[in-house]
Design a protein. Structure first.
Length: 117
């Protein structure tokens, strides 16, 4: 399963995908509890969210991004204020670019993704 966090082979601070700094409300579900959370950054593989309460790494949750169907994610990391989520199925390039364009903080919206090869 792909990871949004740097692997041991990657240098410190390097990421597999550009992060879009965003401010977007999303519906978050954990078990039977549903709430609205704030996404602070987004990649095709995952997101950093605030306002989720205490979570445990590897816990499964559901996240509904604006205009998208709810999707499953697992908690990659968490602290008292926010959590990093990894999507079970990555966002398509079109979904990611559309969300980054609509909700991105202008200076931090990454350029469009291009296929490798």
């Amino acid at each position: 399963m792909p990871t949004a966090l740097p692997s041991s082979e990657e240098g410190a601070g390097e990421r597999r995908h550009a992060r879009a700094a965003v401010e977007m409300l999303a519906r978050f579900r954990r078990g039977i509890t549903s709430s609205t959370v704030m996404l602070k950054d987004l990649t095709p593989l995952g997101a950093r969210v605030e306002g989720v309460g205490a979570l445990e790494p590897d816990e499964f949750v559901s996240l509904a991004l604006p205009g998208c169907r709810p999707s499953m994610a697992f908690v990659a990391w968490a602290n008292d204020h926010c959590a990093g989520l990894q999507f079970v199925e990555p966002l398509s390039t079109a979904q990611f670019e559309d969300l980054a364009r609509q909700y991105g903080l202008a200076a931090d919206v990454p350029p469009p993704l291009r296929p490798l090869g």
